[in-house]
Design a protein around this ligand. Structure first.
Ligand SMILES: [Zn+2]
Length: 71
């Protein structure tokens, strides 16, 4: 089980990029928003991020959440 976080800033496609907390490509500290709980995969983490934030625009990191990366 892993912890995840997302970038407070949206990327060029308007999405908040979701990372495993150990990713080497994390946003700078002040732009990190931790997703509550522990998750077995990025889909679970994104569901939690949606519940937590009320937003729907999340995308997985290309490097650490490939299964959830949509472009
Ligand atoms: Zn990442």
């Amino acid at each position: 089980m892993k912890t995840y976080l997302y970038n407070k800033n949206q990327d060029q496609r308007g999405n908040h990029e979701v990372h495993v907390s150990t990713c080497s490509r994390l946003p700078i500290t002040s732009n990190r928003v931790f997703i509550s709980g522990f998750h077995s995969d990025c889909r679970s983490a994104i569901q939690a991020a949606k519940r937590q934030s009320g937003k729907t625009n999340f995308d997985g990191c290309y490097y650490c959440a490939t299964a959830c990366h949509t472009g």
